[in-house]
Ligand binder design. Structure first.
Ligand code: N01
Length: 540
């Protein structure tokens, strides 16, 4: 049910918290904050809950984390009653799950769907936020952004797109009624996680698929399949342990990274380890050895292993060579997993264009022109997102003194713990830049943030604090730490990575997520709270 209020009702003006977004973060923020007795309103631009999963409905869209742990852990009954059907849930199953959560916890009564926030302005005099939508203004003490990290579609500015006679779509804004690709000549631009999921599915439906690849990518087989009753029972019996490992891990997954260096074992043992991980499938491949993300030499062993696999799968040697990544190491960009991605290039109706060697010059009414014209009926942009900062800068946030967040972040995002920005009191950013977020299984990162914020607001209420704001000093120290930690890894070296903002022309190159690991990060956040919110100024 959707509530739409007239202006100046009590419900609009006497809120403790406004939460922006009703995906994984916003739903849990509402549940948790409301259960602590706060008056909360959630504003969601989509016409349904689900956030990222409300919008991403492209062919092949499913989660790369396994279903049983890409889910909430906060409610024992919820995790025991929900039955996942596949090892990796497809988009509609995740949406069904989130809709179930919204129903189960009676969340809809405090969510306004179809409500896009246009601006949020902090009022110094009252220490409140005014949150404006198209038809009203809500006033709240605390503003919590739950806008996601990968929700602002990046459609490349290619000349001639408006002249294209066929249809074009961005994967992150896929039409809800679906797109009939049968018998069509389809082009997919982009070979990140999304493109790699879509290619094999589209290839089966389209008359012909042309993939436009700028950067070749590594991918590990997902090995998807149905979840058996026995597997389900086993997971449910072990849920406590699974959730504990998730919280104690680097990436929020229920496995720990090996403590053995890839260089400490001989080649036969190393290859056997990789083979086993390849056969098992999943993102766990990157946990095979301790130093895949810290030693170039160690990383080369994994990268070479996958390059060999690509050559073994793809029958045409020239295509295999084009598909072989050489400009970055495995997992230094977000590693995709796939179902028959490389195999798709063995089909007679799939062709590959290397747009680094043969760049896209323009889009014509008939298709995409590189050195030659590729005739197309449909273009699918799997070109990713203006990640992490895009969703926060997509509306006008103004902090103390009317300073726009866009100005504050002109040279790149700065935060303390990825949770607050100096000069923006009472604003909390769930999975903001500077937190583990996208380097982590998202629900694990989200739950930690929501719980920290909720505990913090309870503390402020108990102490009679109406204004909380991080200091520039704490922010500077955290940004320096985030950079230092990132540079202890190979991650900043992948020059085309969206972690760095490199996929969006003109975006400042800043390594955005915190690479120090979820467990370390959560411990730091807990210590900050224990020390009376060190690095934050609390005032009445
Ligand atoms: O986006 P990407 P994505 N001309 O930015 C190319 C998450 N995710 O949507 O690498 C030609 O990774 C670009 O080339 P390059 C996951 O975290 C999660 O695939 O910049 N090509 C690249 O190949 C993932 O990492 C799931 O040189 C252009 C591609 O487009 C994140 O979302 C599933 C171009 C974009 O790849 C983003 O993945 C799917 C241009 N002008 C995704 N511009 C889950 O399982 C860009 N490209 C939850």
């Amino acid at each position: 049910m959707t509530f739409r209020n007239g202006p100046d009702t009590d419900r609009d003006t006497q809120l403790d918290v406004v939460v922006i977004g009703a995906g994984f973060s916003g739903l849990y923020a509402l549940q948790r904050l409301r259960s602590e007795g706060f008056r909360v309103r959630v504003l969601e631009q989509g016409d349904g809950v689900g956030g990222t999963w409300y919008w991403n409905r492209y062919p092949g869209a499913r989660c790369d984390s396994e279903s049983y742990y890409y889910s909430y852990s906060f409610d024992e009954e919820l995790q025991h009653e929900w039955e996942w059907t596949e090892r990796y849930p497809e988009h509609f199953e995740i949406r069904a799950y989130l809709e179930h959560v919204a129903e189960r916890f009676d969340l809809h009564r405090d969510i306004d769907l179809g409500t896009r926030v246009e601006s949020a302005t902090f009022d110094d005099a009252t220490s409140t936020w005014a949150v404006r939508t198209a038809d009203r203004t809500l006033t709240c003490r605390f503003l919590v952004t739950a806008v996601g990290c990968l929700s602002t579609a990046n459609v490349p500015d290619i000349p001639g797109l408006d002249t294209f006679a066929g249809e074009w779509f961005h994967t992150g804004r896929w039409p809800h009624e679906g797109v009939d690709l049968a018998g069509k000549r389809v082009g997919i631009v982009g070979t990140g996680s999304t493109g790699i999921q879509a290619v094999p599915v589209v290839a089966k439906e389209a008359a012909h698929l042309t993939v436009f690849q700028r950067t070749a990518n590594y991918s590990i087989p997902a090995r998807n399949g149905p979840v058996s009753a026995a597997e389900r029972a086993e997971v449910k019996a072990r849920y406590d342990e699974i959730r504990r490992i998730q919280r104690e891990s680097t990436n929020g997954h229920p496995f720990l990274i090996s403590e053995v260096s890839a260089l400490a074992v001989d080649e036969a043992e190393r290859t056997a380890t990789y083979e086993k991980a390849w056969e098992r499938g999943s993102l766990k491949f990157r946990a095979s050895f301790a130093d895949l993300l810290t030693s170039r030499e160690a990383n080369d062993t994994a990268s070479d292993f996958i390059r060999d696999k690509i050559r073994a799968v793809v029958r045409d040697p020239a295509t295999a060579e084009k598909l072989t990544p050489r400009d970055h190491g495995f997992a230094t960009k977000r590693p995709p997993i796939d179902t028959d991605y490389f195999e798709a290039y063995n089909r007679t109706n799939v062709s590959l264009v290397d747009v680094r060697a043969d760049p896209i010059r323009e889009i014509t009414p008939a298709g995409i022109r590189t050195g030659e014209e590729h005739p197309l009926d449909v273009i699918i942009f799997a070109t990713g997102f203006d990640a992490m900062t895009g969703p926060l800068l997509g509306f006008d946030i103004r902090g103390a003194g009317g300073v726009p967040l866009r100005t504050k972040w002109a040279a790149g995002p700065v935060t303390h713990l990825g949770l607050q920005v100096a000069g923006f009191p009472n604003l909390f950013t769930i999975t903001g830049p500077g937190s583990p977020s996208v380097l982590c299984n998202m629900p694990t990162a989200i739950e930690q943030h929501v719980e920290w914020i909720a505990d913090c607001l309870v503390h402020l209420r108990e102490k009679g604090v109406s204004r909380m704001e991080t200091t520039e000093e704490a922010e500077r120290a955290w940004v320096a730490h985030v950079n230092e930690v990132a540079h202890q890894t190979l991650l900043p070296q992948a020059s085309t990575s969206w972690y760095l903002g490199a996929n969006v022309p003109g975006k400042p190159r800043v390594f955005m997520p915190y690479a120090g690991g979820m467990a370390t990060y959560a411990k730091t956040c807990a210590e900050v709270a224990e020390k009376g919110y060190e690095g934050f100024v609390l005032s009445a």
